[in-house]
Design a protein around this ligand. Structure first.
Ligand code: FE
Ligand code: FE
Ligand code: MG
Length: 170
């Protein structure tokens, strides 16, 4: 960060860098979780859900771009070894061994809720102290909220469909 950049930030940079590197690791894991899940998934609404999951994957990668840029600006070292992703991340990677759409969506939903907590914490940590990181955290948080909402909608629709089918059989 430039001299004035350092001067205007009153945040504990070491602590912030730890949070940002954890977030960076989480974004890469979320990216792969969506990317592979979209390709494996089977079940109802496949043709609608698959492209949206791939879009979410791209958006997670966009989050990684924002975070890595800020880590470097703050004078930190972004995680360089993918082997460290699962060590740094608080959000677990969920191996999509069952490709049924509801299972894939539940895995993604857990990841989104974890990401929402992550960016809430970064926003809380930086609010009024590091405007630049704060703005990035809120920007990403808004997209994670959208992701969570999309997934909840699909899961509700699938649950509703199952109920309607049950009624038909009675
Ligand atoms: Fe993300
Ligand atoms: Fe997300
Ligand atoms: Mg979406």
């Amino acid at each position: 960060m430039g001299a004035q950049g350092v001067q205007i930030s009153s945040v504990n940079v070491d602590e912030l860098l730890k949070m940002l590197n954890a977030a960076l690791a989480e974004e890469w894991l979320a990216y792969y979780q969506y990317w592979i899940g979209a390709r494996l998934m089977e079940g109802p609404m496949r043709s609608e859900i698959e492209p949206e999951l791939l879009l979410h994957a791209d958006q997670e990668l966009g989050h990684a771009v924002l975070i890595v840029g800020r880590i470097i600006q703050l004078g930190g070292t972004p995680v360089t070894n993918p082997a460290d992703w699962t060590k740094l991340a608080r959000c677990a990677y969920e191996d999509p061994t069952d490709p049924y759409v509801e299972v894939i969506l539940e895995q993604n939903l857990k990841g989104e809720r974890c990401a929402i907590q992550r960016y809430k914490e970064i926003a809380d940590f930086t609010v009024g102290k590091d405007h630049s990181t704060y703005q990035i955290a809120v920007q990403i948080l808004n997209e994670e909220l959208e992701h969570e909402h999309d997934i909840e909608d699909w899961l509700r629709d699938i649950a509703r469909m199952k109920e309607e089918l049950k009624k038909l059989r009675m």
